[in-house]
Write a protein that binds this ligand. Sequence first.
Ligand SMILES: CC(C)(COP(=O)([O-])OP(=O)([O-])OC[C@H]1O[C@@H](n2cnc3c(N)ncnc32)[C@H](O)[C@@H]1OP(=O)([O-])[O-])[C@@H](O)C(=O)NCCC(=O)NCCSC(=O)C[C@@](C)(O)CC(=O)[O-]
Length: 367
Amino acid sequence: MARFALLSRRLLRCRPCMHNARAFATATPSFDNRVKLVEVGPRDGLQNEKMAIPLATKLELIERLAKSGLSTIEAGSFVSPKWVPQMDNSSDILQHLLEHPPASPNPLTFSFLAPNLKGLNNAFTILAQHPTAFATETAPPTKEKPGLEIAVFASATESFSQKNLNCDIATSLARFKEVIQSAKDTHSLRVRAYLSVVLGCPFEGYDVNPHRVAEIATGLLEMGADEIALGDTTGMGTAPRTKELLNCLRAAGIRNEDIAMHFHDTYGQALVNTAVALEHGIRTFDCSVGGLGGCPYSPGATGNVATEDVVYFMETLGMETGVDLDAVADIGQWITGEIGKENASTVGRAVLGARKRARAEGGKADA
Ligand SMILES: CC(C)(COP(=O)([O-])OP(=O)([O-])OC[C@H]1O[C@@H](n2cnc3c(N)ncnc32)[C@H](O)[C@@H]1OP(=O)([O-])[O-])[C@@H](O)C(=O)NCCC(=O)NCCSC(=O)C[C@@](C)(O)CC(=O)[O-]
């Protein structure tokens, strides 16, 4: 943590100007200061909402996020509509994104969950209608042709696997092997593999074995997954346990570049844990605009760490996200209003408040 302790001291001396932090980051040659943010709001953020969210609202959300500089967006989920009704229009979303790729400053990649071949084949039905509209692993995404990623989702505990997938871990892994192989063989798609409840389980508590996490993650990578997204589904993770987990994965031979962190903020520890992971060398982080989210099978868990909070936090450390903070603050306020929720992003609210005050002061000065 020495580097972050130093950064914090420098930032305290020089807020809100971030020159010192940037100078530090750029003056350290081995320090990669670019981070990839994966926006999960349209899927993880909305999947638990009980009200039917119109397709047009979901599409507008994705389009606005794309414009803000976020280049990887989790857009839907090919799961059973009996289990997660909110994701029932994921085929329509995929179809729309292929027919009308959103405008964006960057090439985009859209991610969709698929727990089994049934879900994957539902996605393939749409892809078959647009065989040249998406990029594959061999031809990277462009602004005209978005990339696509399939995400499978395993669990680190048997209880959560049963609740979330209605099967034990071994059965789920056998299904994911088929999904990964088919996604790669049929359409050369990138595959992300989530591993949920890695830092605490709603049914088994804090005692999730990090060696078991490493074992399952290794198995998923061996099946061909391109990335393991470590899910602190319950938000029970703490700084020491995040560090212990990442050290355990390192000892098992899993590379930092194969890991993404997916923190929920139930106990307000998500940014602390993010700092630990950043210091460990992880450079991919999931987040959800407005702090939307929650897993239907993780009672009590609140949303993902807010995109606005992560962008601001990263910027204070001199890290580059490529994301426009003002734009995501606006999107967070808009989407939480649309679905009747409070905006859970502290930073988003602060940015909007500061803007309002500046406008009021500007108005007074003009008068
Ligand atoms: C996996 C299943 C389907 C097993 O559910 P099951 O009931 O055991 O499935 P089944 O194979 O017995 O099939 C039952 C019915 O579902 C249909 N079916 C079967 N599969 C599909 C499919 N893919 N799409 C559409 N329909 C499907 C199937 O055709 C059949 O239809 P019926 O004959 O009764 O009409 C179910 O448990 C399920 O959909 N689970 C998903 C739960 C979920 O989406 N959870 C949230 C995502 S994970 C998460 O949020 C955590 C994460 C990723 O964010 C990271 C973190 O924070 O940790």
